[in-house]
Design a protein around this ligand. Structure first.
Ligand SMILES: Cc1cc2nc3c(=O)[nH]c(=O)nc-3n(C[C@H](O)[C@H](O)[C@H](O)COP(=O)(O)O)c2cc1C
Length: 188
């Protein structure tokens, strides 16, 4: 099986929702995730990514209020929210193709894998209100919010609503290799 050759960390990563509300994430763990992000590749080495670590009670409350209802309940347990942001002007575009979002995504994946390596739950989210995140964090224009990542130690799945408990236990699904790959020429 080709899966056998894939790095175990990549296979183990999943976007869990059961987070222990009462177990803080140590500063060294947070720093190591930022460090992992720092070493991502980027177009022209532009390194457009910036991260705001939200982990004090009042800032967390404001940031949680900026999450969309679908994410609110489970993500409220996370003792840390990372806000990944970037200034579109920091783009090193090639051939008219903007690349700052791509670069920031690579940095976020490094951050996620480092979190998984440390035994954390790391769950990226697009469900937030940009103005709300801006107000909670003081993020200035022209920076854009790219992704918010809920981080914490694993919690009890039984504390989640029933539908999310099912999703938590479900096998992850992916398109097949045939669906996503072509060799030498686009073949369908
Ligand atoms: C950019 C991005 C945005 C996402 N937004 C949300 C979200 O708002 N809420 C949520 O519960 N999950 C969100 N997810 C998690 C995806 O649902 C999840 O990655 C996908 O279903 C695959 O599952 P897995 O990460 O467990 O492999 C997001 C993931 C990414 C990469």
């Amino acid at each position: 099986m080709p899966t056998d050759m894939v790095n175990e960390l990549i296979l183990r990563r999943r976007s869990s929702r059961a987070i222990a509300a009462d177990r803080p994430v140590p500063a060294e763990a947070i720093e190591s995730m930022l460090e992992a992000a720092r070493w991502a590749p980027s177009s022209g080495n532009a390194q457009p990514w910036r991260f705001i670590v939200v982990n004090d009670a009042p800032s967390l409350q404001d940031a949680r209020n900026a999450l969309k209802p679908g994410n609110q309940a489970w993500a409220n347990a996370a003792p840390v929210l990372f806000v990944a942001c970037a200034n579109p002007a920091d783009d090193y575009e090639v051939g008219g193709q903007p690349l700052y979002l791509f670069d920031t995504g690579l940095a976020v994946q490094n951050l996620l894998l480092q979190g998984i390596h440390l035994g954390l739950v790391v769950h990226p989210m697009a469900g937030w209100d940009e103005e709300g995140i801006r107000n909670a964090t003081g993020l200035p224009e022209p920076y854009r919010v790219i992704c918010v990542i809920a981080v914490g130690y694993p919690g009890a799945p039984g504390a989640l609503p029933e539908d999310l408990q099912k999703r938590e236990a479900a096998e992850r699904s992916r398109k097949t290799l045939t669906e996503i790959s072509h060799f030498n020429r686009w073949s369908r």
